[in-house]
Design a binder for this molecule. Structure first.
Ligand code: 3NM
Ligand code: MG
Length: 522
């Protein structure tokens, strides 16, 4: 029997909202599109369990959805369920198999690599891996493993036909990240996700189910289109510099369209910087034009220094993802207000950023770290104790390139860590220099996109080398600042700004090679 594991409902009667019957909730979730149902009753007497299982069987049959019984092989036999789900302390798989009819589905809960290897040796049909996120639904005996942990366990399924679902704390607002993150380095992905409370505790289980389905379907389409990330190439400081110079050339030759949804403070500066480096700016914000733009843009920059069109930001990223175009996210001042924190979470749950760029306070807020404090949109204090580890870990968590800007800049894709030490103190005296870094990053990422053949990048979520793009953008602006500041006409921050645009316009490969201070850590 083949099962569609994509949206696996595990029941939990104690979580039903007041006034909602078990029957009603289950039927609504079946109508909404759950693809398999497991009856999980931990404290129920046999007679009551049997009645619940019978009722569930009738409903599942009506919707042609397979029914699995947790733990109790006898109940599964009594109601002719499609299979059983066994915990690590339940009946051993080989015993259950001798009792159940042939072709019964057997699934096992796995919390670590030994469990997975055991399940593979037992030739189970599927495993449930958890807990991916924290949950109140079950008392966990193992630590929460996060998406990276899921990915690690999935590696052990390579070459087998054992299916896998993730479980634990999966909600509509973390599902996209759960799916994107739960991929092994070898490219093994989940066959589905299992949820209890997101559906069972819902007052509207039909729509809760629909929402999960939609996110799952959107992601699967994206994954099919964009493939699965593969290990990154190895870099040296010299290869980075050579790569950046090459991207500079590509940008000037291809004149990419940089779509920027940015804030009112820096719009003009960002557009001028784009032109100076050889790109074409378009500063469009209307939701209605996002789909058309996604086809022609070279990169998308979303900067929410002033959140003017959330709807536009949502759609722009979604369409850019669909086109495999770079999405650069600059969550300006994200820690400053609850509204910004929520908006950032919503955006990141909606689309996958290729590069997230921010100062220490902004990235700390994104990572929910208390290490760095903010004053408005600026960060205060000495910064992270270990910025290299911070950017690497955040890159792993967000599965994209993280660029931490400041006096020293740190960039990581989760594997390689790059330290950059260019810049000039006058950059801190003009408004929006951080935002213009975002623009430059978008330009170089557009260059990387243009340079990569679609064939060579079929394994990536976005076409092109986004790590190099991020480094290139930062180097362009910080080196231009070094060139501009000592110019004769520069008397302060006011005259520095036009000199900076001039320096971007006149930036040469030689000055980049000569000045770039790049260190690579792996
Ligand atoms: N098993 P919710 S976590 C039943 O880690 C179960 O093996 C888990 O419920 C495991 O979707 C879990 O409400 C509870 O977080 C999942
Ligand atoms: Mg059990």
């Amino acid at each position: 029997m083949t099962i569609d594991y994509s949206l696996y409902l595990v029941t939990g009667r104690d979580l039903l909202p007041e006034g909602m019957t078990y029957h009603e909730s289950l039927e609504e979730s079946l109508r909404g599109g759950v693809t398999v149902v497991q009856i999980r009753e931990k404290e129920t007497d046999t007679l009551e369990f049997l009645e619940i299982a019978r009722e569930s069987k009738t409903l599942c049959d009506k919707y042609k959805v397979p029914l699995i019984i947790n733990d109790r092989v006898d109940i599964a036999l009594a109601v002719q369920a499609d299979g059983v789900h066994l915990g690590q302390t339940d009946m051993p798989v080989h015993v259950a198999r001798t009792l159940l009819p042939p072709n019964s589905i057997i699934g096992v809960s796995c919390n670590n690599l030994d469990h997975v290897r055991g399940a593979v040796a037992d030739r189970v049909d599927y495993i449930g891996i958890g807990a991916v996120w924290a949950t109140n639904t079950k008392n966990l005996s193992n630590p929460v493993m996060g998406v990276r942990g899921i990915g690690t366990l999935l590696s052990a399924l390579d070459g087998t036909d054992v299916n896998a679902v993730a479980i634990g704390g999966i909600k509509s607002d973390n599902l996209l990240r759960t799916l994107h993150g739960s991929v092994s380095p070898s490219g093994h992905k989940l066959d589905g996700i299992a949820v209890v409370s997101e559906i069972v505790a819902s007052r509207d289980p039909y729509n809760s189910t629909r929402t999960l389905r939609e996110i799952y379907t959107d992601f699967s389409a994206l994954l099919e289109q964009q493939g699965i990330p593969r290990p990154a190439p190895t870099y040296t400081a010299d290869s980075i510099k050579a790569g950046v110079i090459d991207l500079m050339r590509v940008v000037r030759e291809t004149n990419p369209l940089i779509h920027q949804i940015t804030n009112v403070v820096v719009t003009n500066q960002s557009a001028n910087a784009t032109l100076a480096l050889g790109g074409s700016p378009i500063m469009a914000t209307a939701p209605e034009e996002m789909e058309d733009l996604s086809r022609i843009l070279g990169a998308l920059l979303i900067n929410f220094g002033t959140v003017t069109s959330k709807e536009g930001m949502m759609l722009a990223g979604k369409y850019a993802n669909r086109e495999k175009k770079p999405v650069i996210f600059d969550p300006v001042g994200v820690g400053a207000t609850q509204f910004r924190r929520q908006t950032a979470a919503q955006l990141l749950n909606n689309w996958q950023a290729s590069v997230i760029k921010g100062n220490a306070a902004e990235l700390a807020a994104l990572a929910q770290s208390e290490e760095v404090q903010a004053k408005g949109v600026d960060s205060v204090g000495p910064g992270f104790v270990d910025p290299a580890k911070f950017v690497r870990d955040l890159a792993r968590r967000e599965r994209c390139v993280i660029a931490l800007t400041g006096q020293t800049d740190w960039v990581s894709d989760g594997m390689t860590i790059i330290r950059l030490d260019n810049g000039h103190q006058l950059l801190g005296k003009i408004t929006g220099s951080g935002c213009v870094v975002g623009t430059c990053v978008a330009l170089f990422c557009a260059g990387a996109w243009a340079q990569a053949s679609s064939e060579a990048s079929s394994g990536k979520l976005v076409r092109g080398d986004m790590l190099l793009g991020a480094v290139g953008g930062i180097l362009a602006l910080t080196i231009a600042a070094e060139v501009a500041a000592p110019q004769a006409g520069v008397r302060g921050s006011g005259s520095f700004l036009p000199a900076l645009i001039d320096a971007l316009y006149n930036l040469t490969p030689e000055s980049v090679l000569e000045r770039a201070r790049v260190q690579v850590f792996c």
